[in-house]
Design a protein around this ligand. Structure first.
Ligand code: OSB
Ligand code: MG
Length: 378
């Protein structure tokens, strides 16, 4: 593999409904996409999962754009590579910036899958051809609106409901949801809104038999989470704190969690996500695929990853129509009445990228190309 060109684009995509977490509300996404081209002409697409501000993590759209344009794309373009697995190591001089790195890395995996004539999920070693889906429902303007949304998603067939919680939108809300919907598969995600001093609240939540409690404590902590897990029955699931398979191993050995949410961007791409999945599988820690309000490109990568054997719990990967009036891939991602997504059979991502749609949404574009042989440098 020798990448001859990387085209970066920023697109703006309004959400059909705002998405609110303990750290803020998003109404419109600013998404960086990469179209990566191999010397044989094979093309792959990647999506940057950084948010619009440095709130979920320290990465955000403009930082990712600058890092990709100034450092990462020039590092990858024009270098002979063993394959997609060699892309992340090639970018190792840049510390952190895993979401930016994953933008290019995941695109290279699509290239490699296409060159092998395989759907990406099969190329990655996926075993499930159908993946179970849940939904993540943000904080709403009122509890009644939340209950209505949950009713709609359950009617659509989704297998698990995740609600966002924060101080002031936690115990009473969970109690109301349980009262109205009974024994559904339910979990809460705090996005780091609490401290260990809130342990009594979490003990009090144990009675609701949540499937898990996602990232209750600090975004970079695995120590206090281990202490909290000792004090509560509900399994802790880590999201923000896990950036690598090493983090996963440390958290498992410390007892900081019993479940891990894997996000491609947060760990730096498919190669690292596979290693996280492996560490977890070897330790009997179930994993599931998280979401970052992705457009179709990132969503398709998530679907491929979620076919790996360790992904035994429903993820946050759901239908395009929950997010977008019109997605940037054809067909859009759809969910069966059983709350599953069928892994696509076509090569690569298995969805067509809608170029006209992407062009109409693009607000900036930059091409980093291999220096032409005419320049005498290569
Ligand atoms: O913590 O999982 C999270 C969205 C943005 C940032 C962080 C998170 C989320 C979600 C939404 O929960 C998942 C999705 O529907 O894409
Ligand atoms: Mg989360």
């Amino acid at each position: 593999m020798l990448i001859s060109e990387i085209e970066l684009r920023e697109i703006r995509l309004p959400l059909v409904h705002f998405f609110e977490t303990s750290f803020g509300r998003t109404t419109e996404r600013r998404i960086v996409l990469a179209r990566v081209i191999d010397k044989d002409g094979t093309e792959g697409w990647g999506e940057c999962t950084a948010g619009e501000g440095p709130f979920y993590s320290d990465e955000w759209t403009d930082a990712a754009w600058a890092t990709l344009k100034e450092f990462l794309a020039p590092m990858v373009v024009g270098n002979e590579l063993e394959g997609a697995a060699g892309v992340f190591p090639l970018m190792s001089p840049v510390r952190g910036h895993r979401m930016a790195k994953a933008t290019i890395e995941t695109a290279c995996w699509e290239i490699e899958a296409r060159q092998a004539g395989l759907p990406l999920w099969k190329h990655l070693g996926g075993t499930f051809d159908e993946i179970p889906c849940g939904v993540s429902i943000g904080i709403q303007d009122s509890p009644d609106e939340l209950l209505e949304k949950i009713a709609r998603e359950l009617a659509a067939g989704y297998q698990r409901i995740k609600i966002k919680i924060k101080p002031g939108w936690d115990w009473d809300i969970v109690a109301r949801v349980r009262k109205r919907f009974g024994d559904i598969r339910l979990m809460g995600d705090a996005n780091s809104a609490y401290t260990l001093a809130d342990a009594p609240l979490f003990q009090d939540l144990d009675q609701f038999n949540l499937m898990m409690l996602e990232q209750p404590l600090s975004h970079n902590d695995i120590f206090d989470h281990a202490e909290l897990q000792k004090q509560i029955k509900t399994p802790v699931c880590l999201d923000e704190s896990i950036h690598s398979s090493e983090d996963a191993r440390h958290a498992i050995e410390l007892g900081s969690c019993r479940i891990i949410n894997v996000k491609l961007g947060r760990v730096g791409g498919h190669a690292e996500a596979k290693r996280v999945e492996e560490v977890c599988r070897e330790n009997n820690i179930p994993v599931w695929c998280g979401g970052m309000l992705e457009s179709g490109v990132g969503r398709a990568h998530n679907i491929a990853m979620a076919t790996l054997a360790g992904f035994t719990l429903p993820g946050d990967v759901s239908a395009s129509s929950r997010y977008w009036a019109e997605d940037i891939i054809d067909p859009p991602v759809i969910v069966t009445a059983q709350g599953t997504i069928m892994a696509p059979e076509g090569p690569g991502l298995g969805f067509d990228v809608n170029m006209a749609r992407i062009d109409s949404l693009t607000v900036r574009k930059e091409t980093i190309a291999r220096k032409s042989s005419a320049s005498g440098l290569r």
